[in-house]
Structure formats: C-alpha cells, structure tokens
Write a protein that binds this ligand. Structure first.
Ligand SMILES: [Zn+2]
Length: 507
C-alpha cells in the first residue's frame, strides 16, 4: 500500500513539474477535487490519444457526431439517470462528515458483500459490522441515495442537467441517423466530448474526475445481425488476454490469451458482433500505446451489471500507481435505451423488421480519456539509472507529446538558419516538434528524455559541409547520421514503428 501511494505521488509530482497536468483546479483558490488542468504536454498527449481513437473508429466505419453537454430534465428521466444514477451516502451523526457508504464499508471491512445492495440493506450492513465515522468514530446515520448529475437551469425555471455521459445524447439522434444512413442498419457512430459527474469526494486524482472527456461509440443493430456479423471473420484468429467471469468465480486473476473464435465457441461471448466490439475497444487501446502485457479484458460478474445489460467486459490497464485500473467498458445494452426514449418522447425509435416494428439493440464502447492518459504516463515512467542521470518517459513514438526535437549544435546564425529550415520541414510534415537552442546538447537531450521525446535531430558544422544531420534515439541513446533529404521519410517510419532505430545503427 505504502509503495503504491509513493508511486502515484511520483507520477503526479512529475506530471505537475513537467507540465502534463495541474490541480486540483483552480489551484490559486485552493482547488476543487475532481477538476484538473492539462498543461502544454498533457494537452498534446490528450490530442494524440484522441487522434488514435478517431483513426481507430473511422477505420471501423464509425461516424463522429457532437451533441450539447446540457439537456433538459425530461431526457434524464427517460434515460433512467434521474432515478438510477446514484451513489449511497451516509452522514456522521456528530461531525456531519459525508461518506460514500460503499467505500466506507470496503475500507473498514474489506471483503464485505455490498455489490447491488439497496440503501436499506447498506444501512443494516453498517450496523452489523459496527462501521463508524472515520474521523470522529461516532455512529453513522441511515444510508441515503445521492444523484451524481450536476443540475443547472435553462432560462428562468427549466430544470436541466449536465450530461453524465455522451451516450444518451447520441441515442436522441436515432431518427436523424436513419435518414443519414438511408434506413440501413447497422449504423455506427461515436462521440468524444465532455461529461460531468458530481462525485461526493473524488480521490485518486486524475482517475476520478467531476469533469472529464468521454469517448463513446455505438452500433445500432438488429438482433439477427448480431449473430451474422461478417467482420468477425477478420479478427477470429486474434488473441486477446481474457478473464471471463467463470474464471473469476474460480478465483483466477490472470487473464488467458485466447483466440476470439475459441472464446466465442466456449461461450465467453454470445454474439459475434459484440465480440468484435470488444476487439475494437482493445485495438483502440493498443493504438493509444498500451502494451499487451499491461492489459486484460475482464468480464463483469452478474452482480456488477446494470439490470438491462446483456453482457459487459472491461479493459483494465496495469499501473504501478494503483494496480489494475478499469479504463473502458464494452456493453451489450439490448434495446433498453431506444425503448425508453420511444416511450417518453412518443417519437418512433423503431424500424420495420419483417413487416413488423422492431427496436434495434445498442452495442457500446465507453471510456474516459483522462484515465488512459494517466495510465500511459504511469506505464512510460523509467527511473534514473547508471546510464542516465534523470528519470524519463518511454512513450511509444506514435503517441509521444513531442515526437521530434530539433537542435542547432550552437546558437550561431550559420547553424540556426539550416536548423530552422529543417524544423519547418518537420512541422509541415505533421510532427509535433520543439526547437531548442538553450544549454549544452547533453542538457537538451536530458530535457527531451524527461518528457518522453523519442527522437532528437542535431544540426552541426558537418551538416553545412555534407548535408547530413544526427538523429538520436531516446531509448538506446545511440545516434546515426543521415542525409537531411531522407530525414522526413526516416522519421515517419520510426514514429510509425515500421522500422526500428537499431536497424539503422552502423556497427
Ligand atoms: Zn464524525
């Protein structure tokens, strides 16, 4: 526990010092927990992650939309959030400190069975286990439910809420989608945008935010197509690290690498279309730079699942800071959402199936962007060593905030001029680059290592003579000399990972 705390402090300290994230925000007014600012490098990293997400969805034929973040109360009544998006809370009868009842029970009585319990049952459990106020040890009041949505007002008197997820706002467009997709199902769409959750007392920094960026992708699909999903053929031989719920019930925590076709045959997945969504979510995380070894796919136990959900798998990422962190959910939501909105809005949310009206099902991939952002920094961290006198970040080149740094060996005009030309060329080619002329070359390498820049290009007097530059690799600290004419092509391959730096080193 102690070392965990220490490691998350190291990552948070590093992130603040080097400009990844700051907070809780607003810092100069004392800060509100659950809010963070992204610094210049954090914003670059987040853009990278969002680009990886967009590219993955577009490649899978999803279309992006953007909806308002505020919706009137009627929407949340229909979606079930007004009545169901709640946390159980309890208040100390003496000092009036408010706690999340489930967290408090887990802290004081690890292993207590509390999943899916009602507020009345939680009140009983608190009594039975003798759980008391953590700060003054007085008895606690009855458990009550507390809605996590942030309330606001439209005009003078219309109640409205900031969206607690993007998905609901996407569902509301169903009829518009039908027109756009010319009445052809399945229809695949996604949204990346802000969502808000009024957590009682968010802890764990960037992992639990009151305002965050959510990504949610949906497929509106007919039941018969869920079984008949031709794209499954393309991924059937892919192996994923799976931890099914029967395995968890046997006490297993290690995932088993399994071919998707085998997982389907063994009944870990019921539907090829849903299994394909689980694979898509996994491939998005791979594209965001997570290694296979740091990921597992964990199936929800029946007690963890929403009542309407037919199946749910999470992607979890291993961190030194917090152990396994739940980062993404893939949900088979059935036709719950569209049925509810049809009932409450009185608008048609169905299509004709064999001459009869049928409400399509929804398969969904949902995750916040800030969690993977934190986990990626955690996974990239490398402590200082004999070879390197600073700790550094080993980001995969494709998602590193800065991909290429450009240095003139010295600040002299005859070196700065060609260095500026090369810098412009690198930026024009679409790389995020930094031009740095301050301090010795060693110091400049060190600064780039600290923020995880994979490649540094140096322009020296030999450049003027023969048109070559040096490229230095962050991981190995080795250098090569190449012609500046082939620089962009080589950098592109290195960043994409289609060639390895090692193969370019002349020995
Ligand atoms: Zn108290």
């Amino acid at each position: 526990m102690n070392s965990e705390r220490d490691f998350s402090d190291i990552i948070t300290g590093l992130a603040k010092k080097r400009g990844f994230f700051w907070g809780p925000s607003p810092e100069i007014y004392g800060g509100s927990s659950g809010f963070y600012d992204l610094g210049p490098l954090g914003k670059l990293l987040k853009n990278r992650l969002e680009n990886a997400i967009r590219t993955s969805f577009v490649r899978a034929n999803f279309w992006e939309v953007e909806c308002p973040t505020v919706s009137p109360e009627a929407v949340w009544k229909a979606s079930g959030h007004l009545d169901g998006f709640i946390d159980p809370v309890t208040k100390c009868t003496k000092c009036e400190q408010i706690y999340r009842a489930d967290n408090l029970i887990e802290e004081q009585s690890p292993g207590a069975q509390i999943a899916g319990k009602s507020v009345e049952e939680l009140t009983e459990i608190i009594k039975e286990l003798g759980i008391v106020c953590a700060s003054c040890k007085s008895p606690l009041g009855p458990v009550d439910s507390y809605n996590l949505m942030m309330k606001t007002r439209l005009g003078l008197d219309q109640d409205a809420y900031l969206r607690p997820e993007t998905a609901t706002t996407t569902y509301l467009l169903f009829r518009r989608f039908l027109t756009f997709f010319r009445d052809k199902l399945p229809m695949s769409v996604f949204q990346i945008g802000k969502a808000y959750r009024n957590e009682i007392s968010p802890r764990q920094g960037m992992l639990r935010l009151r305002e965050f960026t959510q990504t949610e992708g949906q497929i509106f699909i007919l039941e018969e197509d869920e079984q008949n999903w031709p794209q499954f053929e393309d991924i059937k031989d892919e192996e994923l690290p799976l931890l099914s719920y029967p395995a968890q019930e046997k006490g297993k925590t290690e995932p088993v690498k399994m071919k998707m076709s085998e997982a389907l045959k063994k009944g870990h997945f019921q539907k090829p279309a849903y299994a394909w969504c689980v694979f898509l979510a996994y491939s998005i995380f791979r594209n965001m730079g997570f290694s296979e070894e740091k990921m597992r796919l964990r199936q929800h136990l029946e007690t963890e699942r929403a009542h309407y959900a037919q199946d749910a798998w999470d992607i979890e990422v291993y961190t030194e800071s917090f152990g396994w962190v739940e980062c993404c959910g893939v949900h088979d939501r059935g036709n719950y959402d569209l049925t509810r909105h049809q009932e409450f809005s009185k608008e048609k949310m169905h299509v004709k199936v064999n001459q009869k009206p049928g409400v399509p099902n929804v398969l969904e991939i949902a995750f916040g962007v800030e969690r993977p952002l934190f986990c990626l920094i955690d996974n990239a961290f490398q402590p200082e060593s004999e070879e390197r006198d600073t700790d550094w970040l080993r980001f995969p080149p494709a998602v590193a905030p800065i991909q290429v740094a450009v240095f003139p060996l010295m600040g002299k005009p005859e070196l700065q001029e060609p260095a500026h030309l090369i810098f412009d060329e690198i930026v024009d080619a679409g790389f995020i680059s930094q031009y740095d002329v301050g301090g010795s070359i060693g110091k400049r390498y060190r600064r780039q290592d600290e923020v995880g820049t994979p490649f540094c290009v140096t322009i020296d007097y030999t450049t003027i003579e023969d048109g070559t530059v040096t490229v230095r690799d962050r991981n190995s600290m080795e250098q090569i000399r190449i012609s500046k004419d082939e620089l962009i092509v080589v950098l592109r391959k290195l960043v994409k990972g289609t060639i390895q730096f090692e193969s370019l080193v002349v020995r």
